[in-house]
Design a protein around this ligand. Structure first.
Ligand code: GLN
Length: 482
């Protein structure tokens, strides 16, 4: 049961091949036997999940779009009465009084929550090593990282610990771990899915999306999550199409651009070779493939890290040890409470973000750093708008290299930031991207292919991704080393 895709699982439940309780129990057993090694879950909601599953079976109603599907949420998505920590010491005992809008929608669609999954602290990072619960390991090689920040959700899907999972992507945090773990990961257009109740990192970049075993599954999940919300004014009233209509087998007439800059310096040759080889599959399926250029790609990392860290520094200000978060035991006066609570509650990467962001926003430096970066962001956005006048989708690698060793980049923030060179431009442009499994390195590590489409054009990603998946076997490979 736990090997099935979401679509197959729905069929099994509706045809009564297995019950929701059997299925949920099978996932809970799988988590018990594998998670000591993997460390994907930080909270398992066993009792609630079984209770929910029994209710579902008793009602015998499987008509909702995701009825009876066991899944998990990254631990920055607020869940009423269930601890939500952002994997930070700052919030290690925080129990939200309300549900995030995405979780309300998924629950309304019939999902069963198995638990909350691991992330870099407040989603800042690319390896999940900056979690107060320790790193999530890669299911293909337990000495390597699962990627980040959504390492927990990505690894859990690849290790059959959930049918699908929800993560967040601010600068690559869904696509990169999906690529490193070998599952499908979708970064939606900014504003496609409401952020209400999801802890903020950089509010003008944060997006929420699914990890799944197939493109079809990701499309199904998105349909239930997407669309305008009264509670998030950054979600425009753009209709949510029935994405299943776009899942075709061929790519006749589809215009695909290959950004030259995605195959240059900083990207490992093996990754380049794998993706180039797979572009031929797209050609065989009928796509018209042309090379395009996005010359501002080289400015993406500094632009993003200035803006994201500036926003982070203001978002983190609310954790003052009084209103929210960890409070020090060791302070006598107000300023000391703030300073010690924050010093004790936050980890290194969050502190680095606060310092960098505060500096970039400070009087005298604002124009030189924040404002300049905001202007470059506008230029990058325009560059993407222009390229999407000629192309329906762009194709390139997701990560410049496959999964690296735990600890390899942990002490070198700059080397870690470079892991994001191919994912961050998409966040700056506010467009959408999908990681699909596209092959393996010589060492047997997954390599993901990135599909990119314009604002609110998720259907283009599903069309290209699904057709590619039908023509290849990569998405059906599973790790067998544990
Ligand atoms: N590694 C990037 C950062 O730390 C992206 C993280 C994310 O997408 N949440 O900003």
């Amino acid at each position: 049961m736990i090997n099935l895709t979401l679509t197959q699982t729905l069929k099994g439940l509706r045809e009564k091949t297995f019950s929701c309780t059997e299925l949920t129990q099978a996932y809970l057993d799988r988590i018990k036997t594998t998670d000591k090694k993997l460390n994907a879950y930080v909270t398992v909601t066993e009792e609630m999940a079984l209770e929910e599953a029994q209710k579902r079976d008793a009602s015998a109603d499987f008509s909702q779009p995701l009825a009876g599907i066991p899944m998990n949420l990254k631990d920055v998505v607020c869940t009423k009465s269930i601890r939500t920590t952002a994997c930070s010491k700052m919030l290690k005992d925080f129990v939200p009084p309300y549900d995030a809008e995405v979780w309300e929608r998924l629950k309304g669609a019939g999902c069963v929550l198995l638990g909350k999954t691991n992330t870099d602290e407040f989603t800042m990072g690319s390896s999940s090593e900056h979690s107060c619960f320790g790193a999530t390991k890669n299911p293909w090689d337990l000495t390597r990282v699962a990627g980040g920040s959504s390492g927990g959700p990505a690894a859990s899907v690849m290790a059959d610990q959930a049918t699908f999972a929800i993560g967040t992507d601010t600068g690559g945090s869904i696509r990169q771990p999906a690529s490193l773990c070998g599952c499908v990961g979708l970064k939606v257009t900014y504003g496609r899915v409401p952020r209400y109740g999801v802890m903020s990192y950089a509010s003008s970049f944060d997006t929420i999306g699914p990890f799944a075993k197939t493109v079809e599954d990701a499309a199904l999940v998105l349909r239930t999550m997407a669309g305008h919300s009264q509670k998030d004014s950054t979600t425009p009233d753009v209709p949510v199409p029935d994405y299943s209509r776009f899942l075709k087998k061929d790519l006749k007439g589809v215009r695909i651009g290959i950004p030259r800059e995605f195959f240059e310096e900083g990207v490992e040759q093996e990754t380049i070779d794998v993706i180039r080889h797979e572009i031929d599959v797209l050609k065989r399926l009928g796509a018209e493939v042309t090379e395009v250029s996005l010359p501002l790609t080289k400015y993406a990392i500094p632009t993003y890290y200035l803006l994201a860290k500036s926003e982070a520094s203001t978002n983190m200000a609310r954790y003052d040890g009084i209103k929210y978060g960890h409070t020090t035991d060791d302070a006598k006066e107000l300023l000391e409470i703030y300073m010690k609570s924050r010093a004790e509650g936050f980890g290194d990467e969050v502190k680095r973000s606060i310092m960098l962001g505060t500096y970039a926003l400070s009087a005298g430096y604002y124009d030189a750093f924040y404002l300049k970066a905001a202007k470059v962001r506008a230029l990058i956005k325009r560059e993407y708008e222009a390229v999407f006048e000629q192309c329906d989708a762009l194709v390139g690698p997701v990560s410049p290299f496959p999964a690296f060793k735990v600890g390899e980049k942990a002490d070198d923030p700059l080397a870690m930031y470079m892991a994001d060179i191919l994912t961050i431009p998409i966040n700056l442009a506010g467009v959408c991207g999908l990681s699909v499994p596209a092959g393996f390195s010589k060492e047997g590590l997954p390599i993901g292919m990135q599909l990119i489409a314009g604002q609110f054009k998720e259907e283009n990603l599903f069309h290209v991704g699904h057709a590619y998946e039908q023509a290849t076997e990569w998405h059906s490979k599973r790790p067998n080393n544990f």
